[in-house]
Design a protein around this ligand. Sequence first.
Ligand code: AMP
Length: 396
Amino acid sequence: MTDIRRIQDAEVAGKRVLVRVDFNVPMKDGAVTDDTRLKAALPTIEHLKQAGARTVLLAHFGRPKGQRVDEMSLEPVAQPLADLLGDPVDFVDDITGADALEAVSDMSDGDVLLIQNTRFEAGEEKNDPAFAEALAKLGDVYVNDAFSAAHRAHGSTEGVAKHLPAYAGLSMQREIDHLVQALEAPERPVVALVGGAKVSTKIELLENLVKKVDVLFVGGGMANTLLHAKGVNVGASLCEKDLADTARAILAAAETAGCQLILPNDALVATEFKPHPETRLTSVNDVAENEMILDCGPATITALAVAMDGAKTVIWNGPLGAFETPPFDTATVTAAKHVADLAREGEIVAVAGGGDTVAALNQAGVADDFTFISTAGGAFLEWMEGKALPGVEALR
Ligand code: AMP
């Protein structure tokens, strides 16, 4: 997975370099409210500026579905990006038309130009070859720096790469290199923590992980489905009983692969799902009909810590309990602190990702101690599922 072409190897001086970035930033009333994604693009843009390239930025924003939607214009992104960069960023309200071509031909070495939301064109999401070819006319070299969009085969993430020499940007490389370090070529033993609400959304992820990791811990609501499949009565807990066969197949696959699968053996239960209800600590074998398992218990947290103490690599997706509702964040926060301690001491490589996971690690206040936290959402999950990402494949 590391055999991608890298921007450091590209000849870019004086060339027009088309860079796919992720500028799908949170915005309110036309103003960017979180510039994390803009900052992530800076190393590649600065690299290109210093090398004397003409940088043409491509990005999508929102879901305009192939039509022009004024509120989804990328124009409000140009100034905040220029402020971060400390240099002007021009914007052209066009994608592949005459205005865009003219704006590009007016550029000098070191300039940066942002073109309009690629999803205003229907050809973008359809990966229409004509659209990809038209995009390619804006550049001599293509760089993809948007890992978070790499699971989609769109014109600006995959199609255009067929027409130009294609390279991974610095942010894309950082993401891929850490995922390779955690899952494709990790230092073993590897412990994976998977949580979240449902098995149904993570079947492929579990199937792939049991083949790749040494220890798989499943927590959160999804553990209830696996416990149920093993004959445990989970009472009123969130549980996908119709997936019992699938769950048993995953348990069997783990055994075949020699992956130690750890499930919670004790739990914090309640009869009401609200902040600070009356709770009870119990073995998972003693849950009453009206009780819900809402977090892992202390014995489970200790077993998990012991497993992680023997690990060299930890990869994590999904909260281990209903972490938004106190006190059911205890297992997630305690485990997160433990991972952070081990990573800080240099004992493990710790990689995490997925929307709720990032929120949970921020809640635990330990996100900075992890080796890497992916904010790529869908692309991160598809990588964990073992799928080839079209936007990455195009860079080989
Ligand atoms: P996911 O999007 O699949 O990662 O699921 C995240 C959600 O799962 C969060 O909103 C958690 O509150 C929820 N969750 C985790 N554990 C449980 C549980 N035992 N019962 C109910 N919801 C849970």
